[in-house]
Design a protein around this ligand. Sequence first.
Ligand SMILES: N[C@@H](CCC(=O)N[C@@H](CS)C(=O)NCC(=O)O)C(=O)O
Length: 215
Amino acid sequence: MKLYYSPLSTYSQKVRIAIAEKGLDIDTEKVNLMSPEAHAAYREVYPIGKVPFLVGEDDHHVPESSIIIEYLDDKFPDTPRLSASGDGDAPRQLRCLDRMTDFYLINTVGGLLLRRVGVRTPDPMQDEKDRHWLNISYGWLDRQLGAQPFAAGDRFSIVDCGVAAALFYAPEVASFAGFANLRAYAGRLAERDSVRGAHAEMAQVWNAIKQRAGG
Ligand SMILES: N[C@@H](CCC(=O)N[C@@H](CS)C(=O)NCC(=O)O)C(=O)O
């Protein structure tokens, strides 16, 4: 198996956190999304050109962070299951929270950040929408975390993988200092080896970019 990913990519780190939580050793190849040549070469592997992307057993192609985690859950049943399995209200709820995290936390944080650093065209109206959704996401997480240790309940799940990855960049665009439960949860997440490793990898590249921009 081989995971194509970018250290800076929140969706990639969502999967990297899942892999670390499962204790798996999977080959990786970094994709430099900022190099047009490297990105073009990567489109030969995966024409949509987004990361993460897993080449699984028997050359089975698995795009999309949530589907990759589901695939790994199925292929390695003796490791902690992170994604939903089966039918019914509980698995549907987990799928729903994973999707909400992707749309209203990861995408809003990413959009705000990319427009701020000039990778995407400035769009004040979209900024306003994203800030609104982000504030709702913070509030929703804060309420959930008042009653339970993890975003989707009593155990670490796919939802925490996504939230943990997004929380690396989130303070850059909107402080969650006023959300005490979320802040405490972010501190707990940061102590997990899986999240610490992902954040360290993100910080290495992100800090270098910020330093270059500042100097
Ligand atoms: N829905 C996808 C989103 C993946 C995604 O948007 N990846 C971004 C990086 S975080 C990307 O590859 N951007 C490069 C591009 O759009 O060409 C998933 O869950 O994996």
